[in-house]
Design a protein around this ligand. Structure first.
Ligand SMILES: *Cc1c(COP(=O)(O)O)cnc(C)c1O
Length: 362
C-alpha cells in the first residue's frame, strides 16, 4: 500500500482502486499530450469525447447492454433521480409501485409524492427497522414502473434476487452496488447510481435507460430534468462533470482489464462478505443487524455489546489504519462498507483487528 493510505471503509464518497488514483496522478498535469489537465480541457474536445465514449462502451460491455439502452451521466446525484423519475415517467392518471426498504427508498417515495404523483407503497420492512428485504410482493398490474433500491447503504440489506414484476419495468436505485455483480438487465427500465459509492467520485450519476421509455416523457419537463436531453446529446447538452466521468472511465477499465468483469468482481465480493459475516457469526460479541437472507455484500452493519464499546472500536480501528467504520448517524452502531475497491486483504485486516479488540474487551 502507498505510504499513509489507510484501509478506507467509508460508505461514500468511498475508496477507489489505488491504480486508478495513481493513473489520475500521473496524467493530471498533462492529459494525453494536450499540455492541460483533464480539469482544464474542453468538454467538446476530441480527448474528452474519447473519455465519455469509452466510459459508455465499457458500461455496455460490463453489463451486457444492447442498443435498446442509453447510458447517461447526469449531475444532482441519485437524489435528483428520485425527483426526475416520476417527473418523466409518471403521468396524471397513472400509478407506480414503490418498495420501502429504508432511508433512500423512503426519500424516493417522498419525492414522487411531493409532485402530487400517485404511487403505491406495495411493501415495506419498516416494521422490523428495515432489517430485511420483503418477499412475495403483490405488484399492481397497472403500475407503470416498480421502484426498488437494490442495496440499502444505511440499513445494510440488499436484494439477492430481483422480484418477478410480470413485465412491469423495474426502476432501480443501484447507488451502492452498481457494477458489484452481473445483472439480468432485461428486467429493468432504468438503473441509476450516484458514482461516489462504487464506481467513481461524487459529481456524476450513471443512468442506464431503456430507450422506448423516452417516448413517455411529457414535453413540459424542463430541459435539464428531461432524460431525452441527455440521450440526444450523449450527456453533452451542457458541461458535464468531466473529472467525475474520467474517473468512472478509469474505474470501469480497472473492472474490465484488472478484475476481469462483473462475474469475477461478484466472486471477490462474495468472499469478502463471507469472511466478515462468517467471523461475526462465529461468536456473539459482534452482531450483524440485517437478517441473514437479506444481508448486503456491500455495507456490513453490526453492533457491539454497548455504545461505549462501539465508540472505542471505531476510534481504535482508525488508530490501526482502518477508517470509516462508524454507522450512519441515523442508526448508530458500526458499518464496514466493502465496495469493489476494498480488497480481500483489507477485510482480513479488519477481521484481525476485530479479533484483537474482542480479546481485550470481550
Ligand atoms: C448515497 C445514496 C443515495 C444518495 O446519493 P446522492 O448522490 O448523494 O444523491 C441514494 N441512494 C442510495 C442507495 C445511496 O446509497
Amino acid at each position: 500500500m502507498a505510504a499513509n493510505r489507510i484501509h478506507n471503509f467509508n460508505p461514500g464518497p468511498a475508496t477507489l482502486p489505488l491504480s486508478v488514483l495513481e493513473e489520475i496522478q500521473q496524467n493530471f498535469l498533462d492529459f494525453k499530450g494536450t499540455g492541460m489537465s483533464i480539469t482544464e480541457i474542453s468538454h467538446r474536445s476530441r480527448e474528452f469525447d474519447d473519455v465519455i465514449n469509452d466510459a459508455v462502451a465499457r458500461t455496455r460491455r460490463l453489463l451486457g447492454l444492447d442498443d435498446n439502452f442509453e447510458v447517461l451521466f447526469i449531475q444532482g446525484g441519485a437524489s435528483l433521480q428520485f425527483a426526475m423519475i416520476p417527473m418523466n415517467f409518471l403521468a396524471g392518471g397513472q400509478s407506480a409501485d414503490y418498495v420501502d426498504t429504508g432511508t433512500w427508498a423512503t426519500k424516493a417515495i417522498k419525492e414522487a409524492r411531493l409532485q402530487g404523483k400517485t404511487i403505491a407503497v406495495v411493501a415495506s420492512s419498516e416494521d422490523e427497522n428495515y432489517s430485511y428485504i420483503p418477499k412475495n410482493i403483490a405488484f399492481n398490474e397497472d403500475a407503470v414502473y416498480v421502484h426498488l433500491t437494490s442495496n440499502n447503504t444505511i440499513k445494510g440489506t440488499q436484494w439477492a434476487q430481483f422480484p418477478d414484476t410480470r413485465g412491469i419495468p423495474i426502476i432501480c436505485d443501484m447507488s451502492s452496488d452498481m457494477m458489484s455483480r452481473p445483472l439480468d438487465v432485461q428486467k429493468f427500465g432504468l438503473l441509476y447510481a450516484g458514482a461516489q459509492k462504487n464506481i467513481g467520485p461524487a459529481g456524476a450519476c450513471l443512468v442506464i435507460l431503456r430507450r422506448d421509455l423516452l417516448d413517455r416523457i411529457p414535453e413540459t419537463v424542463p430541459t435539464m430534468l428531461n432524460y431525452s436531453t441527455f440521450a440526444a446529446k450523449n450527456s453533452l447538452y451542457n458541461t458535464p462533470p468531466c473529472f467525475a466521468i474520467y474517473t468512472i472511465q478509469l474505474v470501469l477499465k480497472w473492472l474490465e482489464e484488472i478484475i476481469g468483469g462483473l462475474g469475477k468482481m461478484a466472486a471477490i465480493n462474495q468472499s469478502k462478505a463471507q469472511l466478515l459475516y462468517g467471523f461475526m457469526d462465529s461468536g456473539d460479541f459482534y452482531r450483524a443487524t440485517a437478517r441473514p437472507d437479506s444481508r448486503s455484500l456491500m455495507n456490513v452493519t453490526f453492533r457491539l455489546p454497548s455504545e461505549e464499546l462501539e465508540k472505542q472500536f471505531v476510534e481504535q480501528a482508525l488508530a490501526n489504519g482502518l477508517g470509516g467504520l462508524k454507522g450512519h448517524r441515523s442508526v448508530g452502531g458500526c458499518r464496514a462498507s466493502i465496495y469493489n475497491a476494498i480488497t480481500l486483504e483489507a477485510v482480513q485486516a479488519l477481521v484481525d483487528f476485530m479479533k484483537s479488540f474482542e480479546k481485550e474487551n470481550g
